[in-house]
Design a protein around this ligand. Structure first.
Ligand code: SAM
Length: 311
């Protein structure tokens, strides 16, 4: 345990192995792993990290009260990520100022106040970081869900992307939604007042197909040509397909300069194809991230202007 500079990554749930592989392939040496916490020698914007502790350090403590005093002296808001010494860590947590953890209503901004993260590394040592890549506990975003209108829970991916980036389609903007059935994403986009050209081999749920601004076409998202549609404001894809096929589609739309903004799910099957993820990441101005409700998949985003990184 030394205080030579290092970074702490919190792996997306169930993807600890992917995170370690990703860091090693990026040339970032992993020092130690405890459950979802990965201590490594340098910074990399790892897609499989749900949160990154940017300025971590070890701090010896004399007692529970001492730990509380020291954490409070740094800042008000802290999130405990316990990996060991659970009872002692919980005693410390209980004496820290409460941090509101209510689910977000879609449309609300992400919390503006910084949220630090800490753990009890051993009985008498805190590992803490006041600065983290996400203002959400462990980088996980929970919403007040709409269990009535959207036909699938996939709508949560778009709610999270728009919240993290602070940008969303504006009323009247033209969106392509490729692989749209049963219609969770189309429902989000139409609810924002966008025009949605929605394509899938399967039909949309009738209540979504009937929404104002929605046009649905049965067919393949790969068959759509930029020359036919003309310029669009947003290309969305949640198609179940191999990453290389999606990459080809994205390049086609980029080369034609036919779309301003992209939000695409990169679906990964079996052994994670880190090379394909790197191909997406290397597209200028883009970002690859694991959303709270992503499973074995990542979300690739490229915006014409504005935020090119997670909040
Ligand atoms: C995860 S679902 C999409 C969920 C959708 N985003 C939602 O919010 O409800 C994946 C969809 O991709 C569609 N799909 C797979 N290959 C496709 C293709 N070549 N063209 C269009 N849709 C395709 C499937 O039919 C399936 O409906």
């Amino acid at each position: 345990m030394s205080n030579k500079p290092f970074i702490v990554y919190v792996a997306a749930r169930g993807f600890e192995g992917e995170l370690q592989e990703e860091l090693e392939l990026a040339g970032v040496q992993v020092r130690e792993v405890r459950e979802r916490l990965v201590l490594a020698d340098g910074f990399f914007p790892a897609a499989w990290a749900q949160n990154i502790w940017l300025e971590p350090f070890f701090l010896p403590i004399a007692s529970v009260g001492d730990a509380v005093r020291r954490l409070k002296a740094v800042q008000r808001n802290w999130h405990l990520h316990p990996v060991d010494f659970h009872r002692r860590a919980e005693l410390i947590r209980q004496q820290l100022p409460p941090v509101k953890a209510r689910p977000l209503r879609f449309g609300e901004s992400a919390p503006a106040s910084p949220l630090g993260a800490w753990t009890l590394w051993d009985h008498d040592t805190l590992l803490l970081s006041a600065r983290c890549s996400s203002p959400f506990p462990d980088g996980e975003v929970f919403f007040e869900e709409d269990r009535v209108h959207p036909p699938s829970r996939a709508y949560l991916k778009l709610w999270e992307v728009f919240t993290l980036l602070g940008q969303a389609p504006q009323p009247g903007e033209l969106c392509l939604d490729l692989g749209s059935a049963p219609g969770g994403w189309t429902w989000v986009l139409a609810s924002l007042g966008a025009h949605v050209f929605s394509i899938d081999k399967s039909p949309l749920a009738p209540q979504v197909a009937a929404m104002k601004g929605v046009e649905h076409c049965l067919g393949s998202g790969f068959a759509l040509e930029p020359q036919t549609t003309g310029r669009v404001d947003w290309v969305f894809s949640d198609m179940a397909c191999y990453p290389e096929r999606l990459l080809g589609l994205v390049r086609k739309w980029l080369e034609a300069e036919a779309a301003a903004n992209f939000v695409c799910t990169v679906k990964l099957q079996g052994r994670t194809d880190h090379e394909a993820v790197q191909d997406f990441r290397s597209i200028p101005g883009s970002l690859v991230m694991h959303l709270s409700c992503n499973k074995h998949e990542l979300t690739w985003v490229r915006l014409a202007k504005g935020r090119q990184q997670r909040i």
